[in-house]
Design a protein around this ligand. Structure first.
Ligand SMILES: [Zn+2]
Length: 592
């Protein structure tokens, strides 16, 4: 390309909507909205901030974090190479830029995602930076504004990126408790783990014109359903029609709308009137964080020992190491015991409770009251089946929004009744369907994750088969997370990961190894607290012995939790999910 041609290219740009050739400076003056057709071009985070905040008010927050490659992920390229390339091409340290600023005179803390950086993916560093921004909002008693643009959780960081959905959600929960406004602005595109957490569990959700948001992407849904998608599927107007966003806002109106909303809040009114911010009533639990300075966590006082790692947590090491792909196939074995099987063999007196009270009863989630060694508990789990007919009737254990809302109802009921919650996780993932998206799949998962971070009753989760991404996490934010030896737990299916990062899906076995999705791996990463060994014939070969071992593990982990006061349980649960933000925590656990 000649120098003149290159210069010409820098001066002009072609609209993705109407293909008009537009003078770049004119386009920028118009906030990167095409004056011909109204197409909203994607914005990088620095330009987005420049458009939204009051001139001169921007105070960037530190983006200094240790280098992160927590699971040594390699596909066709090592992950650090992809990171280096993203940094060079964007000039950013990570896929989010965080700052404090004022908007229309109202102080806010802001985290703005940048899709150019590895698809705006949510990894440990991004989760840590957004969490710190939320904590800054809490410290300063100011609203939090998030601008999302993301393809979802970052595959290259495995289940640790999945944990970030819980980490950021609990920081948002703390703002909710403190009465501080949280606003998310959905920009194009917002999908996967970001959609199913902080993009939708804020107080207000605004969608920029032209933005698309959903849990499953259109390509995946088309593949699974084999059908064409409805016109305008997952667009801002679709989301508004289906009750999933508060409003659709043109880019030129966004600053004004945010100003008006911020003015309506208590913090906004206090700032405008010159009153000092309302002092905090009690020390926020988030401040007692563990991994922030890389120091070993203070050994919790007596009751807290209930949620500390147990000496048997490396049980998986005593058994022969199985290839990750073989484990995936074991986890999916049709004869593997299901939640209803365990309700029969591990628990007594199960009484099933149905319905989300909003119009549905999802067969892929079962829940109700039961007894475990004479103690009453609330059990909630994904239900698959052993035959094709059962699997179809249960939607293969893939919950719909109604299923997640039924689970939410039962969790809250358990807390009110003082019952501990036991969850049994066995799902390929949440339902990737058109109606699931119409009914707010992302927000349903996001609300469950947030609620579990603050649920004032013991929560014990067991990954019994497949722990598939956000659909699994919606039942797995817990005080203790156990995993059967041949279960798997992953941010994405190996097939899905292979289709994206390798030439094709046949690389699924390699992807399974790279993702670190087995119980021993996740135990080492601290995602899982204890591996429950299976009999030598595996769970499907000896269901009775598996049930016996699971029952023993449940009792050993649940009984100590019953003595911990609810407020302390919640505090310790938050600490558990706060420690995944830095790789130092991972190193301490012995990985690398
Ligand atoms: Zn145009």
């Amino acid at each position: 390309m000649t120098a003149i041609a290159r210069r010409e290219e820098q001066l002009w740009s072609r609209c993705a909507g109407c293909a008009s050739l537009l003078y770049r400076k004119r386009l920028r003056r118009n906030l990167d909205v095409c004056p011909e057709c109204g197409e909203h071009a994607r914005l990088g985070a620095p330009e987005r901030l420049r458009q939204l905040v009051d001139p001169g008010s921007l105070r960037p927050l530190s983006d200094l974090l240790p280098e992160a490659d927590p699971i040594d992920f390699v596909d066709v390229l090592p992950y650090p190479h992809r990171l280096t390339a993203a940094r060079a091409s964007t000039g950013l340290a990570e896929a989010v830029v965080c700052a404090t600023a004022t908007i229309g005179g109202h102080p806010v803390a802001m985290a703005v995602m940048d899709f150019r950086f590895l698809g705006g993916s949510l990894g440990c560093a991004v989760g840590e930076l957004i969490t710190r921004t939320a904590e800054r909002a809490l410290d300063d008693r100011i609203p939090l504004v998030l601008v999302t643009a993301s393809g979802g959780a970052r595959m290259q960081e495995g289940a640790l990126s999945l944990m970030q959905m819980a980490t950021v959600s609990q920081a948002i929960a703390a703002l909710r408790e403190a009465g501080l406004l949280t606003v998310s602005v959905l920009t194009d595109p917002t999908y996967g783990g970001v959609a199913a957490s902080f993009a939708t569990n804020t107080d207000l959700v605004l969608a920029e014109s032209g933005a698309r948001m959903g849990f499953a992407g259109p390509r995946v849904i088309r593949q699974v359903t084999g059908r064409a998608l409805p016109e305008g599927f997952q667009t801002a107007d679709f989301l508004l029609r289906h009750g999933q966003v508060d409003m659709v806002v043109q880019r030129r109106s966004l600053r004004g709308r945010l100003t008006a909303l911020l003015a309506a809040t208590r913090a906004g009114r206090a700032a405008r009137a010159g009153h000092p911010p309302v002092p905090r009533q009690e020390p926020a639990p988030h401040r007692e964080r563990l991994a922030d300075d890389g120091a070993a966590p203070a050994r919790p006082a007596d009751p807290a020992a209930a949620v500390a790692p147990s000496p048997t947590s490396e049980a998986g090491q005593t058994t022969a190491v199985r290839d990750a792909w073989d484990t995936v196939r074991m986890a999916r074995h049709p004869a593997r015991p299901t939640t209803l099987d365990y309700l029969d063999s591990v628990f007594d007196g199960f009484v099933e409770l149905h319905g989300d009270r909003l119009g549905g009863d999802c067969p892929a989630i079962v829940g109700g009251v039961a007894r475990l060694a004479g103690r009453h508990v609330m059990v909630i789990g994904h239900q698959k089946g052993h035959t094709t007919a059962e699997l179809v009737a249960r939607n293969f254990g893939m919950a719909s929004p109604a299923g997640h809302r039924k689970a939410l109802r039962l969790m809250r009921l358990a807390a009110r009744l003082g019952l501990p919650v036991v969850t049994l996780v066995d799902t390929p993932g949440a339902d990737p369907g058109v109606s699931a998206e119409e009914q707010g799949q992302a927000a349903a998962i996001a609300e469950n994750i947030l609620t579990l971070t603050v649920l004032p009753t013991p929560v014990l989760a067991v990954i019994t088969g497949e722990g598939g991404s956000g659909g699994a996490l919606a039942l797995a934010v817990a005080d203790r997370v156990l995993m059967l030896e041949n279960a798997v737990y992953s941010v994405i299916s190996p097939e899905g990961c292979a289709a994206i990062l390798w030439p094709d899906r046949s690389a699924a076995p390699q992807a399974a190894r790279a993702l670190r999705l087995t119980a021993p791996d996740l135990c080492r990463l601290g995602v899982v607290d204890e591996v429950v060994p299976e009999p030598s014939a595996a769970a499907h070969g000896d269901p009775a012995e598996t049930a016996h071992r699971l029952r023993a593990a449940l009792l050993a982990n649940l009984l100590p939790l019953l003595d911990v006061p609810p407020a302390m349980l919640v505090r310790l649960r938050r600490q558990r999910f706060r420690r995944f933000g830095t790789t130092r925590g991972v190193n301490r656990a012995g990985v690398r």
